[in-house]
Design a protein around this ligand. Structure first.
Ligand code: PRT
Ligand code: MG
Length: 217
């Protein structure tokens, strides 16, 4: 029997951009994950299935071998830490930037210069802690699970650490980006142990993603 391969993916943004990549790698889901309530989706290849997870859970599934491969944003991977994961490919999709943003009119530079203690709301607690520690800025981190943009508007925080792509969400909420933390894109991740023991079946799949991401016409 053929060794079966499972790939962890999240719905939403990652899936939209991954769908084309999957197709170019020769994989077609038999059901649309966005429409189906199924969390395990078969593909045109009887040995490959998709596991539909929450974006921030993708590295956890792959780390523990519940999925062999996965596609996750660099934001999520940095926050997870990457233990047990091999990250062979930047897929160049779902690109955005991790930034620090404040309310329009809040003098961030001045607050930093004065050594003020800043309240920073984010779901990227680890990334934020590292960033401000490197700058020597004292922060109280407030952990949120979404809609970070609300925090400065409501007075919950002075600043947020969040992702920005077009910039329209910041603009609509009268926020401005004051610092760039890192560029973000989606990566292919692979369970390290599985790659060692099952390289013969996993490597061709990694190669197929590499060709697909290379934009190969
Ligand atoms: O929704 P859920 O809580 O399950 O997870 P999620 O919100 O993390 O998933 P999803 O699908 O929203 O994002 C998955 C991945 O897409 C992220 O982990 C990133 O790697 C990537 N990505 C790329 C983004 C963005 N661009 C992005 N702009 N994820 C989120 N955003 C948000 C951002 O947080 C902000 O609220 O979009 C808003 C800003 O967009 P603009 O275009 O207005 O600037
Ligand atoms: Mg979301």
């Amino acid at each position: 029997m053929k060794d079966s391969i499972s790939i962890a993916l999240s719905k939403g943004r990652i899936f939209e951009e991954t769908a084309h990549l999957l197709a170019r790698a020769g994989l077609r889901p038999l059901e649309d994950p966005e429409a189906s309530r199924k969390l395990v989706i078969a593909t045109n290849r009887s040995d490959v299935r998709l596991i539909i997870v929450r974006a921030s859970d993708t590295p956890t599934y792959v780390q523990h071998g519940a999925a062999d491969l996965g596609i996750a944003g660099h934001d999520v991977l940095h926050e997870h830490g990457g233990a047990g994961l091999y990250q062979p490919l930047d897929l160049g999709i779902a690109t955005c930037r991790m930034i620090v943003a404040v309310r329009n009119g809040f003098d961030y530079e001045d607050a930093v210069r004065r050594g003020a203690r800043l309240r920073v709301a984010t779901k990227y607690v680890r990334t934020a802690r590292e960033h401000f520690a490197q700058k020597g800025v004292h922060v109280d981190l407030i952990r949120l699970y979404g809609s970070m943009e609300l925090a400065p508007i409501t007075g919950l925080a002075d600043a947020i650490v969040d992702l920005v792509s077009s910039g329209s969400t910041l603009k609509a909420n009268d926020l401005v980006a004051v610092e760039d933390i890192m560029p973000v894109s989606a990566r292919l991740i692979v369970n390290q142990a599985a790659l060692k023991t099952r390289r013969a079946s996993l490597q061709p799949m990694i190669d197929a993603f590499a060709r697909a991401a290379g934009g190969g016409q």
